[in-house]
Every structure is written in structure tokens, then in C-alpha cells.
Design a binder for this molecule. Structure first.
Ligand SMILES: C[S@@+](CC[C@H](N)C(=O)[O-])C[C@H]1O[C@@H](n2cnc3c(N)ncnc32)[C@H](O)[C@@H]1O
Length: 296
């Protein structure tokens, strides 16, 4: 038995990992965040966790596992999930989604308000908002097309599992290198260019920041916002991490928060084909509930 055991122990990124230990991390990460690392992800796990071990000055993954599963180490479990997930995002990512909002959804909401069948109130949810580029893009668009001066009350809930990403998002400061992603008129009106020690940075204007409530929320465990609450939900490039049962659960739970005639946006590389719920596709990665009249 011993030679087998030795053979199956792998050395990656300077760390030893047995299949048993990999299984333990696989289960822990799944319980914590719904992310299922298949067996081909041993190198990814070791590579990403090696940073945590360095930060904590630990030598072995066994020692780290003991530490991270201690009930008092909630913050480290968050840091572990942070290390495993990719937080990549961009302002106005998937421009077709923002064009859809601008040319279809916002005119419909405006019409409904004119006809007196909706209040001048729009609520959006950016579920898995990372460092904030997605909710700030949405806020800029709402501020431009449904301004408070015309009586609109618009707000965005922006949530993520990662406290590190939420802190970044709340700070609202970005590299100026990201400015080409923002349409020129919105950049001009809603971003402040840094000077002096802030050179090379830009900051979101306070009126846009005030539209967004950033909250920590694990899509596997909640706590979830009220049901039937949001006119549109952006759950983009998050579902990709989940295994099929978790994806099913998350989509069901998230869409319960969608108001009647609401719209669900997922990532361009994601779809709801494997999810047992009745949605119809309005555009790739844009969905409405079957039977609802969203007017498109
Ligand atoms: C790739 S980013 C997507 C950001 C943005 N939605 C976009 O499309 O550009 C995915 C985000 O999902 C978050 N995430 C991963 N698992 C999560 C979970 N179980 N609950 C909440 N957020 C999660 C990660 O922390 C990360 O910030």
C-alpha cells in the first residue's frame, strides 16, 4: 500500500497533496461557495492556495486545512474562496446587455410609468458584483436615462461573497486605464479624474455611488433580498463556477427575487439550458420568465 500512497501524492507549487486531501478541499469549497473543483483542478487549487499559505506562514496544506476549517476562521474561509475564484470584470462588460437595457428595457419602464402602470421606481441587483464595475455601469445608465430630477427613484443592490472585492467596490476608485470601457458622455459626467497623488486614477461621482448598496451575500447560503423585488437581476459570470445542482438552486433562489415581468441577465458564456425552470431567451444570456409579458 505504501508505494501507491507515495505515488498518488503530488507535489505542486512546492506543496504536497494527496487525493484524500484534495477531496477534503473539494468538499469544503463546495459547501462554502457551491464551486465544484473537478479532479483536474489539483494544480489550480495548490497554485491558488500557496498564496494563502505564504501569507499565513504555513508550510503544508494539511496545516492550512486544519486552520481553515476551524469554526472561528470565517475570514480565512472567505479569503480561501477569494483565492479560488476569478474576480475579473469590466465596466460595460458584454455591451449588448447594456444596449438592451438602453434601447428596450428602459423605454418600456418609462412607458409603463407614463401609462400609470408602474411607479417611477426601478430596482436592480448585481449578484456577484466583484470590484463594482458592473453596478457602477448600471447606475450610470440609470442616472442618465431615468434621472431623479424627473422623479425617478432608482437603486441597485450589489452583492458578492468576497469582502475584499466589496471593499474595492465601495472605495469606487479605478485605474484610468479602464476609462476606454466607459462610453464617453458617461465618463465625462460621472467619473472624476484624479490629480496629484491620485494621478492615473478615477473616482465614481458621489451621486452614482449613492445609488448602490454593497452587501456581502453568498449565493449558496443567502441571506437573500426580498422576493419579487427587482426589475432586473444581473447574475453574470458567477454561475460558471457552480456544479449543476448548485446552479439549479442558485438560479431558483435568485429568480424568486425577480419582480413580475423582470429580466435576468447571465454571462455570455453561460445559459439556463441545464436549469429546470421555464425561461425564454430574449437575447443570448438575457431571459424572461415563460408566460410573462415583458413587451419585447
Ligand atoms: C468573474 S466575477 C463576475 C463579476 C461581474 N458579475 C461580471 O460579470 O463582470 C465573479 C464574482 O462572483 C463571486 N462569487 C463566486 N462565488 C460566489 C458565491 N457563492 N456567492 C456570491 N458571489 C460569488 C466572486 O467573488 C467574483 O467576484
Amino acid at each position: 500500500m505504501l508505494p501507491d500512497l507515495v505515488e498518488s501524492t503530488r507535489e505542486i507549487a512546492g506543496l504536497s497533496i494527496t487525493p484524500e486531501l484534495f477531496d477534503k478541499f473539494q468538499r469544503l469549497i463546495h459547501e462554502e461557495a457551491g464551486i465544484w473543483l473537478n479532479d483536474s483542478k489539483t494544480a489550480l487549487l495548490c497554485g491558488r492556495l500557496s498564496r494563502r499559505l505564504r501569507a499565513l506562514q504555513m508550510a503544508t496544506l494539511d496545516e492550512y486545512y486544519e486552520f481553515v476549517t476551524d469554526p472561528r476562521q470565517e475570514a480565512e474561509r472567505v479569503a480561501m474562496i477569494d483565492a479560488i475564484t476569478t474576480n475579473e470584470t469590466r465596466f460595460f462588460r458584454d455591451p449588448r446587455h447594456f444596449e438592451f437595457l438602453e434601447s428596450r428595457a428602459i423605454p418600456r419602464w418609462r412607458n409603463e410609468a407614463q401609462q400609470g402602470i408602474r411607479q417611477k421606481m426601478i430596482r436592480l441587483w448585481s449578484a456577484g458584483c466583484s470590484s463594482g464595475e458592473e453596478p457602477y455601469s448600471l447606475a450610470m445608465l440609470l442616472a442618465r436615462h431615468l434621472p431623479a430630477q424627473q422623479g425617478w427613484n432608482t437603486s441597485i443592490l450589489a452583492t458578492d461573497i468576497s469582502t475584499r472585492m466589496l471593499a474595492h467596490a465601495r472605495a469606487a476608485i479605478y485605474s484610468i486605464a479602464k476609462s476606454p470601457d466607459i462610453p464617453e458622455p458617461l465618463l465625462k459626467d460621472y467619473m472624476l479624474k484624479g490629480t496629484g497623488s491620485q494621478d492615473g486614477q478615477m473616482k465614481v461621482m458621489p451621486e452614482i455611488q449613492a445609488m448602490i448598496d454593497f452587501q456581502k451575500l453568498n449565493l449558496m447560503h443567502g441571506p437573500f433580498p426580498p422576493e419579487s423585488h427587482f426589475d432586473a437581476i444581473f447574475c453574470r459570470n458567477v454561475l460558471i463556477y457552480f456544479d449543476a445542482p448548485s446552479k439549479q438552486r442558485v438560479v431558483e433562489r435568485v429568480t424568486r427575487c425577480l419582480a413580475r415581468n423582470g429580466i435576468l441577465f447571465v454571462g455570455q458564456a453561460e445559459n439556463l439550458a441545464s436549469v429546470k425552470s421555464s425561461f425564454r431567451s430574449l437575447l443570448p444570456a438575457v431571459y424572461a420568465r415563460e408566460g410573462e409579458h415583458v413587451g419585447f
